[in-house]
Ligand binder design. Structure first.
Ligand code: ZN
Length: 327
């Protein structure tokens, strides 16, 4: 992020947080982009009495590779501080997410004893049931989560271990809900791809920037309303990545991250419907929704309500070629 412009956000003369204005595509470095919609308001998060303030931002679509990315973010230093303070239990739920079920189905097709690395493995929840049948490795920067993963039987690696790993070391490498956190994803993915055996699998599970609900206005979409989500994967970006790492896209499965109860499902869709009717100033909003006490509040919501029940994630699988291309 060296050539990103850095600035300080002031509030009543007190410096709150450092931000970076993103002046080139994090995926390919291009400075050409298309706007995707109006600016979205700031996001405030308080952890351990420490405030993190994502400034107002737009979401840009790279004209070269098609990646969607935020025009301003917290700095890498601020994000590191955020990850150090955040309670990793917020990602821990009983059972598997639908995205994890899809990834496990692919991993279970590998031969027994296959060497698998889960990059950003959190508590080891994806691979813990495969330990014993497969040679399971993890890498995780959150110390508490890494300790949990080790207790589950994953062989934990440090970043330096990866640097020293020989090309062709792994049969599969997974990144579950990691891509969107990376400030420079392509360089890391090229490094990881070099560690795959010929025919080995790079499995990326993340938000799908091509999903219809996202494209209505990406900056408002719930995915970008997370301070730590910097960009969104798209098919166009995936195809550029495949060329750079000398791989073939062998699976593109669109799934929902969450399995919600019918009550939550209905509530989210009603709120979403009401918000977009008011925002589009439709006759339904004026003649019907305006008369319903609970729903007329949607007229004043500053941002779209979270709609997390759609198939807005993708399980993308890249099969490594015989020789990974250096670019
Ligand atoms: Zn790009």
């Amino acid at each position: 992020m060296g050539d990103l412009q850095k600035s300080e956000l002031q509030n009543g003369g007190r410096s709150l947080t450092k931000i970076v204005v993103v002046d080139k595509c994090p995926g390919c470095g291009s400075t050409d982009f298309r706007p995707t919609g109006p600016e979205a308001p700031p996001i405030q998060v308080v952890l351990d009495e420490c405030e993190f303030l994502q400034p107002s931002y737009s979401v840009l679509e790279c004209s070269e590779c098609g990646l969607l990315y935020r025009s301003a973010n917290l700095s890498d230093q601020e994000l590191s501080d955020y990850y150090a303070r955040v309670d990793f239990h917020k990602w821990v739920t009983p059972g598997y997410y639908p995205t994890e079920i899809a990834a496990l189905k692919i991993l279970r097709r590998l031969h027994k004893g296959a060497r698998i690395l889960d990059f950003g493995c959190s508590s080891g929840r994806l691979l813990s049931d495969l330990v014993g049948e497969y040679d399971c490795h993890g890498l995780e920067i959150n110390v508490e989560a890494a300790a949990r993963a080790a207790a589950c039987g994953l062989k934990m690696l440090a970043s330096d271990d990866l640097e020293r790993s020989l090309p062709g070391s792994f049969d599969a490498i997974t990144l579950m809900d990691v891509f969107e956190h990376l400030s420079e994803p392509t360089g890391l993915l090229k490094k990881l791809a070099r560690l795959l055996k010929p025919g080995g699998l790079l499995i990326i599970v993340t938000g799908n920037g091509d999903s219809q609900v996202c494209r209505r206005d990406p900056a408002q979409f719930w995915y970008f309303r997370n301070v730590e989500h910097l960009s969104m994967f798209t098919r166009s970006y995936a195809e550029m990545l495949a060329v750079k790492i000398g791989a073939t896209i062998t699976c593109w499965e669109e799934v929902s991250h969450y399995k919600m109860t019918p009550l939550v499902w209905v509530r989210q869709y009603i709120q979403d419907f009401a918000y977009w009717q008011f925002r589009s100033r439709t006759a339904i909003s004026r003649l019907v929704l305006q008369q319903i006490p609970v729903l007329k509040r949607a007229k004043h919501w500053p941002v779209a309500p979270a709609l997390t029940v759609t198939c807005d994630h993708v399980v993308a699988v890249f099969s490594a070629g015989r020789q990974v291309i250096e670019q």
